[in-house]
Design a protein around this ligand. Structure first.
Ligand SMILES: *Cc1c(COP(=O)(O)O)cnc(C)c1O
Length: 403
């Protein structure tokens, strides 16, 4: 939007936004203020997992919206208990703390790791091992956990209780474990780091190492969880469970919800007054969270995600064959897919918007595909056609500049 002269932008300039404003959404489609239609293969970065305006979610939000929004965690919140019960039933966890965002779930996980060791009389354990190129959110602790220059520049000095190892270098990891190590924090699929799924054996090794050394294993499933991988949580593919898990994004389907899940022995290290939140788990959020879970846990839903993933991957691999040297890799887990390119992808994303396809970047040269989990074959054909056109144009342009 054009701005008046000498009037400063009322928003802090932390985003370089694409030139489009969406006005409404329906299923896998978004519509801009001019009425143009876009196929949404970004889902607001893995958030609108059930697409836009899902009738079951809209109904839950409207009904609760007319009844009660917020009370405070000083009082009973039956919908919160219900969602916690359902999440613990479906996972390794025994208890849940609800937040409003991913980073708060990470913060809770990190605090919990310390409190757990403290409660065991092992206060000296406070350090956390994380992985290079990780992303855990934007709080001071979370940017310190990523260690990425781009995230931390100008915000130092950083908390210095993280130890970094390459994703996933088990030998390097063993060398940094010490008496002060409390936990290992990892994304089972690195999201911002380039859509890198951890191998099954690597997650299994991490579990073994954590057990050997009395460390807590924390999974950040904020992006890869809630059905995106084709299972409710990505770690289920590896057959290992964490001690603590951070969840957000898809769990609210667009309503800001996060959650920190833990085993009983870990979660019970907290006590009344030791942690808290004003908004977290309020009735409005919990009504939507329960509605999202209704859909994801419906029989056949995750099977659909697995099936449709195969169709999309087959199509993308064909595209890769058609554009060798331009598409250098296609990888991912479930509907969290990275298409690595040998060119900068920002212009490709801009072109996608012109053609009515919404994509999101991961780094400088990886197209990140995060379609809603409800997509059908027709959406995949449409996306592949548009991607084909984008790559054909890039190829042509390249040939011209070379010739
Ligand atoms: C998005 C994300 C976060 C941060 O979540 P916010 O809701 O933005 O605070 C943390 N970890 C991962 C893996 C993410 O994808």
């Amino acid at each position: 939007m054009a701005r008046k002269h000498n009037k400063p932008d009322p928003l802090m300039p932390v985003y370089r936004r694409f030139d489009v404003a969406f006005e409404r959404g329906e299923g896998a489609y978004l519509f801009d203020v001019k009425g143009a239609r876009y196929l949404d293969f970004a889902s607001g970065i893995a958030v609108t997992a059930l697409g836009h305006s899902h009738p079951h979610l809209v109904k839950a939000l409207n009904e609760q919206g007319a009844k009660l929004w917020h009370t405070s965690n000083l009082f009973q919140i039956p919908l919160q208990e219900k969602l916690a019960e359902r999440l613990t039933e479906a996972t390794f966890a025994d208890n849940v703390f609800f937040t409003n965002s991913g980073v708060e779930a990470i913060e809770c996980a990190l605090k919990l790791a310390r409190k757990y060791h403290h409660a065991k009389g092992d206060e000296k354990r406070y350090r956390v091992i994380t992985f290079i190129n990780a992303f855990h959110g934007r709080s001071l602790a979370a940017i310190a956990a990523s260690g990425k220059e781009k995230l931390i520049r100008g915000f130092g000095p950083m908390p210095d209780w993280f130890d970094f190892v390459p994703f996933i270098d088990i030998d390097a990891l063993k060398t940094v474990i010490g008496d002060e190590t409390a936990a290992i924090l990892i994304e089972p699929v690195q999201g911002e780091g380039g859509i890198l799924p951890a191998k099954k054996e690597q997650l299994q090794r991490l579990r073994e190492i954590a057990d050997e050394h009395g460390l807590l294993l924390i999974f950040d499933e904020i992006q890869c969880g809630m059905g995106r991988s084709g299972k409710l949580f990505a770690h289920e593919w590896a057959g290992v469970t964490p001690d603590i898990m951070a969840v957000a994004k898809g769990i609210g389907g667009g309503f800001p919800i996060g959650a920190c899940l833990a085993r009983a022995s870990v979660g019970e290290a907290l006590s009344a007054g030791s942690h808290g939140t004003t908004y977290g788990g309020n009735p409005l959020a919990m009504a939507v969270g329960n509605a999202v879970l209704d859909v994801i846990l419906e029989e056949g839903f995750l099977d659909h995600v697995q099936e449709i993933t195969k169709t999309l991957m087959t199509g993308l691999n064909k595209l890769k064959q058609r554009y060798p040297g331009l598409i250098t890799d296609v990888r991912g887990l479930g509907l969290m897919i990275g298409v690595e390119c040998s060119v900068k992808i920002r212009p490709l994303i801009a072109r996608g918007l012109e053609l009515g396809l919404v994509l999101t970047p991961s780094g400088e040269n990886i197209l990140r595909l995060l379609p809603p989990l409800i997509i059908e074959d027709s959406h995949i054909s449409e996306a592949l056609e548009k991607l084909d056109r984008i790559f054909a144009e890039v190829k042509l342009k390249r040939a011209r500049t070379k010739g």
